[in-house]
Design a protein around this ligand. Sequence first.
Ligand code: ARG
Length: 252
Amino acid sequence: MKKLFKITAVIMALALVACCFSSCGEKKSGKIVFGTNAEFPPFEFITSKGIIGEFDGVDIAIAKQIAESNGKEAEIQNIEFDSLIVALNNGQLDAVIAGMTITEERAKSVDFSIPYYTATQVMIVKEGSDIKAAADMKGKTIAVVQGYTGETCVKKLGFEYETFKKGTECILELVNGKCDVVVIDSATAEKYVSDNEGLVIVKDESEFKNEEYGIAVAKGNTELLDQINAVLEEMLASGKIADLSAQYIDSL
Ligand code: ARG
């Protein structure tokens, strides 16, 4: 009888350990950790009731869909834009979804999904500004966000510029008359212009070419990349991404 009791106890203990292991394992593989920089409406921003915790926007909706389609949960880590690729390659993140433009430079250190959104750089100026094209920025005080493709574009033009950590900081400089122009992505520019009276968008399609946003994973992570691409393909085909963009741009 005693022996039977002992055996039962051992079996129960083993079952407990096994159960713990499997649930630990489940927890680890049960979520996808997405890195973003939630300073980029309508793609990612912080709000009181976001769709994942305090985070909301087109990218956050896409991240949620990717996780759900794979029976997982999406976790969002909000970090500086400039640190996203480093964090991805450190293993801190599974993927980066941050309105990130697919560039050759970035593609050297990460793998990108299929493109899911087309944007372009634009200039934001005060009404009445004499900046009508990219070339007119010569000699002006230009503000860009550090590490954004807007910075790369201005650098390529050979103009001097100042960098800030956030788009809203650039806009504050412009509103306060401390700079003449902000170069940033089109959809985000629309949001800033609708929030601040007296600002307008100036486009220069011959200078600022189309950019495409992609989701980044660590080089060689084909398993996750395939899952991401499958969901993006579906969301693009059904018009869901276009709907989300329209919805978030309208509600801003
Ligand atoms: N599209 C631009 C780039 O790739 C800006 C992206 C900024 N994204 C953000 N979540 N803050 O450089």
